[in-house]
Design a protein around this ligand. Structure first.
Ligand code: MG
Length: 173
């Protein structure tokens, strides 16, 4: 039997990794960054948007990005990852939750993310319709991990329950 318990807050966690490949554009956080390599694999390889998408889907216990958008489906080859994020956001809103804040760690050897942090945060804030000061983004280099050719993203997201629809009560006469 389904439970009636409805948390006022829900946390979501997402992880993703992609391998660098020469000669393709580098997409991170919905932005194209100048670099001689991009991220291969599923869709446009936007490792950060994929992790945010999975964090949102996880928070509402929905199927994950791979289940909703299978990498085996040629339809998603080179697809704009914003499509995946928008679907996760739609499901979040359907579940009557709103995004409170998001925090992300990016791990990659190059390029340097620092010069692009503000733009990426603003882009994610815009996509999620939250203020930029509710988007955390830290970039780390993969010290000691021997992962120079990979980009990794870890993301947590906090959702707040929307106000429940008022229950109609009949006036007693
Ligand atoms: Mg991915």
């Amino acid at each position: 039997m389904p439970t009636k318990h409805r948390p006022t807050m829900r946390i979501g966690y997402g992880f993703d990794s992609h391998e660098f490949r020469p000669g393709i554009p580098l997409k991170i956080g919905g932005m194209t960054l100048p670099h001689d390599k991009g991220l291969g694999g599923h869709s446009d390889g936007d490792v950060l948007l994929h992790a945010i998408t999975d964090a949102l889907l996880g928070a509402i216990a929905a199927p994950d990005i791979g289940a909703l958008f299978p990498p085996s489906d040629p339809k998603w080859n080179g697809a704009d990852s914003v499509i995946f994020l928008r679907e996760a956001l739609r499901r979040t809103r359907d579940a009557k939750y709103a995004v409170a804040n998001v925090d992300a760690s990016l791990i990659l050897a190059a390029p340097k993310i620092g010069p692009h942090t503000a733009a990426i945060r603003a882009r994610i804030a815009d996509l999620l319709a939250i203020p930029a000061d509710c988007v955390g983004l830290k970039a780390k280099t993969p010290e000691g991990l021997n992962l120079e050719n990979a980009a990794i993203a870890h993301v947590v997201v906090l959702l707040e329950a929307g106000k429940p629809a008022p229950t109609k009560k009949r006036k007693k006469r």
